[in-house]
Ligand binder design. Structure first.
Ligand code: ATP
Length: 211
């Protein structure tokens, strides 16, 4: 279980998140308008942002005591809202990158599993990331998160800015994730797709949980 315990987070001297507590057991969606603090929350869990006070625990380990690079070793994968692919690396290299950081050499079977789950990535596997459309980049960012995210996936606005057909495909893929043995936390600006994937809903407004 992912347990966020009473965290507060500031950027500069502005408080962005106040006293956030939540438990994620299986499939949960954080809903909030632009600026509500969704990305800040995900980045705080990943330790990309420092927490002023409070804790984040995953499977009883206080992950807020570790650095971002350690998250892969806890089986945590992250898909940033803006994808963050490395433009001059190929799609395959981008997907494998988190495994290199773990110095694991089971690359081929790990990649094969991901490509079975998201087969459309095969057709642009050897392209450089900068050549892809925004939608294709979302799929690659999901694949990269999944290659290490065997226990927990953090998907920041996976449906944002994608064409309806791709959003439907992402819904299908994310429903597929729910069948795997992992915990998934996603964010969305409204409930449209979160309802379709049957996620538990937590609403965030101005850095506070309202329901
Ligand atoms: P969006 O979908 O627009 O990204 P969000 O819910 O993810 O919305 P955050 O990106 O977490 O919201 O932003 C929460 C608040 O923190 C906003 O008021 C935003 O302006 C502010 N904020 C985020 N990053 C910074 C930064 N680097 N410097 C200053 N303020 C920031």
């Amino acid at each position: 279980m992912l347990k966020v315990e009473n965290i507060s987070v500031s950027i500069g001297n502005i408080k962005i998140l106040s006293n956030i507590s939540l438990n994620v057991k299986k499939f949960t969606s954080i809903i909030g308008r632009n600026g509500a603090g969704k990305t800040t929350l995900i980045k705080s869990i990943m330790k990309i942002l420092d927490i002023d006070y409070g804790n984040v625990e995953f499977n009883k380990i206080k992950i807020s005591n570790f650095n971002t690079y350690a998250m892969t070793s806890f089986g945590i994968g992250y898909m940033p809202e803006d994808r963050r692919l490395i433009p001059n690396l190929t799609v395959k290299e981008n997907i494998l990158l988190p495994l290199w950081s773990k110095r694991k050499n089971n690359e081929n079977s790990a990649l094969e599993n991901i490509l079975n789950f998201i087969p459309e990535v095969k057709s642009f596997l050897h392209s450089d990331a900068y050549q892809l459309s925004g939608g294709q980049q979302k799929l690659v960012a999901l694949a990269r998160a999944m290659i290490v995210g065997k226990k927990l996936l953090l998907l920041d606005e996976p449906f944002e800015g994608v064409a309806p057909a791709l959003a439907e495909r992402l819904v299908e893929l994310i429903i597929g994730l729910n069948k795997l043995e992992l915990i998934t936390l996603i964010t969305e600006s409204d409930e449209t797709y979160s309802k379709l994937i049957n996620a538990d809903i937590i609403k965030l407004e101005r850095g506070r949980i309202v329901s």
